[in-house]
Design a protein around this ligand. Sequence first.
Ligand code: GCO
Length: 393
Amino acid sequence: MRNKILKFPEGFLWGASTSSYQVEGGISNNDWAVSERVPKAGLACDTYNRYPEDFAIAKYLHHNAHRLSLEWARIEPEKGHFDEDALYHYHSMLSFLKDNGFKTFVTLHHFTNPVWVANQGGWANSKTTKDFCEYVSKAVQSLGQLVDFWITVNEPKMYAGMAYAQGIWPPFQKGFLKPKKVYDSLLTAHNQAYDIIHAYDPEAQVGFSQNIAWSEAKHKGLDRLAIQFADWLSYSALDKTRHDFIGLNHYMYYRVHLAFSWRHYLNISRGEKLTERGWAIHPDALYYVLMKLKKYRKPIYITENGIADRTDRYRTSYIHDYLRAVHRAIQDGADVRGYLHWSLLDNFEWEDGYKWKFGLVEVDFKTQKRTIRESAFAYSHICQDNAIEITSN
Ligand code: GCO
C-alpha cells in the first residue's frame, strides 16, 4: 500500500459557507424571527459581533475563501429606508476578510425576507423582485469593492418548495402553481441583479447557488420520469439565467421509487449510509452532478456540501471522500475552482432549530464557546496542501 497525493488545480479556493440568519444573531425583523410557527434563531452564534474570532479561526484553519450572506432586513428595515450602520457593519466584516487574504462569496438572499416584504405577499408578489433590485443596487454600491463573488439567491428551488409548496417555511403556503411562480420570480430577480452588478462592475463574478441532487430510478417508467422532472427543475434554471459561474450546493443522493401512497412517494435506498439528518452519504453523486454541469462551460464553485455529525465521527471521511469525487470530476473535465464546506460553525438549521451540527467548529450555544473539531484540522491540512492524500494498492 502506498499513499498517493491528489493535487487540486493552482488557485483552488478552500473555505466554508454560512448564512446571516443562521449565524449572526440579533435579527428580529425578518419573516422567520416574527413567526410563531418556526423556531427562532435568537442569538445564534453571535457572529455579528464575534466575526473577528470566527474569521480568525477560519484563517488559522488555512481557509482562503469564505461565504456569508447579507441580511436584507438589517440593510433595509423599512421599504426604501437603508440602514447605513448595518451597511457599515457588513463593510467592516468584509474588510476583515479581505485584509486577511480571503476571497469573499456574498449571498444577497438566503431564505429570509424583511417583514415588510413578507407583508406585501413575499415572492408571490411580483413587486418584490423590483424591491429586491433596489436593495441589490444599494448593497453593490456600498460593498461591491469587497466582494469577489456575488451569489444573488440561494437555492431558489428549495425556497419555493419549502415556503410555497410544502408550507414548512414562512409564509407556510401549500400551493400548487405558486411554487413555480415564486421560483421563476427568484430567477428573474437573479437575472436583474446580474445586470445591476455588472453595470456597477463589468468584471464582477455573479451567479446563484442551486441545490442539485443525484437520483437513480429503482424501476424504469414512472420512477425515471419523476427524476427527469426534478432534474428539469434544477437544470432548466441554468439555461434561462445569466451567470459567470455555477454555485452548486450538494447534499443529496436519492434512489427514487414512486409508491402509491403519495406521502411516501420517495424512498431512499436501504443499505446506504445515512447521516444523522437522514441524508444518504454517496460521494459519487457529486461526481455525476459535476459531470452534468460540464456542458455549461462555466467555472463551478461548490458553495455548500457537508454533514450533520454531532460526534464528528464521520465528517473527516465525508470531506475526504466527497473531495475525491471532486478531484475525479476535475480530471474528467469539470472546471471546479473551489469548495466551501457547510458550515464553519454549528448553527441554526431552519425548521429544526439547533438540532443538527454541521460545524467544522462546535459552538456551545449557552456560553458561545467555540471548539475546533478534529475534522476541521483534517480539512485544514487539505486546504493548506491544496491536495488530498489517498491510500492506493
Ligand atoms: C440549505 C441551505 C443551508 C442549510 C444547509 C444544511 O441548503 O438548505 O443553504 O442554509 O443550512 O443546507 O441543511
